[in-house]
Design a protein around this ligand. Structure first.
Ligand code: BG6
Length: 487
């Protein structure tokens, strides 16, 4: 099949926080890759802004180093010629008039303002953009997560941004929704007749979602310590994955059809509050250990604050109170400094109602559908078959295994590549609507409140382990185990 990239109209993309980790490590490489595929028309501009006193050349020099080796180096210079820089402080008036004049030079362009800064600055930046009428025309604003620290602060941000940009101009990004396998969930669930009849409490025993990272918090410690694993990963990325697994079939792929269904899932999550929090959630914090074959310090040493109670690991058991999912646990876990980098969704089916195989073959293993987001994106369906050859009817549990890289031989695009161009094209399907963010906070807030009220420290775990033993107990208590393959 010939793959063609869809054309994109000319645009100006402004990155607030242009010298920050996300911009340099993710956004600019993603834009460079789209440039290499001919999706950044020549008159488009990428404008970085931050407080650093740089000019275009100074910024390009930083990026030249950061982007070297990330694509065809011979095309780096023409790409960098489309990149500009303006120093700006959201809280000071200097420089804004000059910036507005620069952006105003191409009034017919789609304009994207990407807020890759701490959420405390979103409001000030949007107010300035409004002051200079940069919100008019085909302008869009992109907000990085986490939006706020809780429902109240998220509402304050959304209200203030909403005074400048309408909801249809607002793109709340969750880069997990741009991952290939997450979209493949839509294709698998709604493009095959096979799964949908089984996709319910009658046939599914439980669902597991694991997002494990080997990295520690490193130089993001200051941000991370204010967030923690629940705000950083679970309230957004993992709940969005849960929604994609659990939502009802939308009537179409139109943005609101999909988001309406996700919202219903979020609103149906059973609250975990008060004393249930200790029963259904586990929070951990890594200590020194061995990760990726090297000795690494503990979180508190990395942070330089021996008192921090921030969790770097969270596991919990969620339930969805609706007809489709009643009584089906969704076990979620995520953490830093775990043994492998792996993100996957495991859908475990109920056993057959009666085994005809007698006791000699042992208990029948569960059918499991494993959707691996990273690394090595793909889908595995675990089935029971007869062990081939003589020796009687012996059963084996084997995967129907499809690695996308092997099957299609294509290098997967980074999630940001797709999502950035979706913003330019004006397609919000894979972005969070305000009501989704609110519903996610409404569910997460009582957990955060109970943790804060309890005042307990997170449970320690050694870097390179699968988190506190209580996370294993959380699922084993129910007679289930975390997917061994990821361990
Ligand atoms: C980000 C979190 O949103 O996602 C980071 O802030 C985390 O803490 C990252 O490391 C994980 O993304 P990915 O795509 O590497 O799984």
């Amino acid at each position: 099949m010939t793959v063609t990239s869809q054309p994109v109209e000319s645009f100006d993309l402004v990155i607030f926080g242009g010298t920050g980790d996300l911009a340099v490590r993710k956004l600019l490489p993603a834009l460079f890759h789209r440039f290499l595929d001919g999706q950044i028309p020549a008159s488009s501009r990428i404008i970085g802004t931050a407080r650093e006193a740089l000019d275009d050349e100074g910024y390009r020099t930083q990026l030249r180093e950061a982007l070297a080796g990330s694509g065809d180096d011979t095309r780096l210079e023409p790409f960098l010629q489309q990149v500009h820089y303006r120093p700006l402080d959201a809280r000071k008036p200097e420089g804004w008039a000059d910036f507005a004049a620069l952006v105003g030079e191409q009034p017919d362009h789609v304009r994207v303002f990407y807020l890759s800064t701490s959420p405390e600055l979103f409001v000030d930046i949007c107010a300035r953009l409004g002051e200079y009428a940069l919100n008019e025309g085909a302008s869009r604003v992109v907000m990085e997560k986490p939006i706020g620290r809780d429902l109240t602060s998220a509402n304050q941000i959304n209200d203030a941004v909403g005074r400048v940009f309408s909801e249809s101009q607002t793109y709340r990004i969750d880069h997990y929704l741009g991952k290939e396998t997450v979209q493949n969930l839509l294709a698998l669930r709604f493009g095959n007749a096979l799964f949908e009849p089984l996709w319910n409490a009658g046939h599914i025993d439980h669902v597991q979602i694991t997002v494990a990272e080997t990295l520690g918090v490193g130089h993001r410690a200051a941000y991370y310590d204010r967030a923690g694993a629940l705000r950083d990963m679970l309230q957004n990325h993992m709940l969005q994955l849960l929604c994609m697994v659990a939502m009802e079939p939308p009537s179409s792929l139109s943005p609101d059809a999909v988001r309406d269904e996700k919202l219903k899932v979020l609103n149906s999550l059973l609250p975990i509050e008060g004393s249930q929090v200790a029963q259904y959630t586990v929070r951990g914090q890594y200590r020194a250990g061995v990760a990726d074959g090297a000795s690494v310090p503990g979180y508190l040493d990395e942070l330089g604050d021996a008192k921090s109670n921030t969790e770097t690991f969270v596991a919990l058991k969620a339930e969805i109170g609706n007809w489709r999912w009643a009584g089906v646990p969704f076990y979620l876990r995520t953490g830093k400094r775990l043994p492998h980098r792996v993100s996957e969704i495991v859908v475990a089916f109920k056993p057959v109602p009666h085994s005809i195989f007698g006791t000699a073959t042992g208990p029948l293993a569960q059918n499991r559908l494993v959707l691996r987001l990273q690394p090595d994106e793909g889908v595995k369906l675990w089935l029971t078959i007869k062990h081939p050859g003589p020796g009687g009817l012996r059963l084996r549990h084997v995967p129907l295994d499809m690695s996308f890289a092997e099957a299609f031989g294509v290098q997967q695009r980074d999630a940001y590549e797709r999502l950035l161009l979706d913003v330019v094209r004006g397609n919000p399907t894979l972005f969070m609507r305000r009501d989704e963010v609110e519903a996610a906070w409404r569910w997460a807030d009582p957990i955060l409140e109970a943790w804060a009220a309890g005042g307990e420290s997170p449970r320690p775990y050694a870097a390179g382990s699968w988190g506190p033993s209580a996370a294993v107990a959380l699922i084993e208590r129910d007679g289930r185990t975390w997917n061994e393959e990821s361990d």
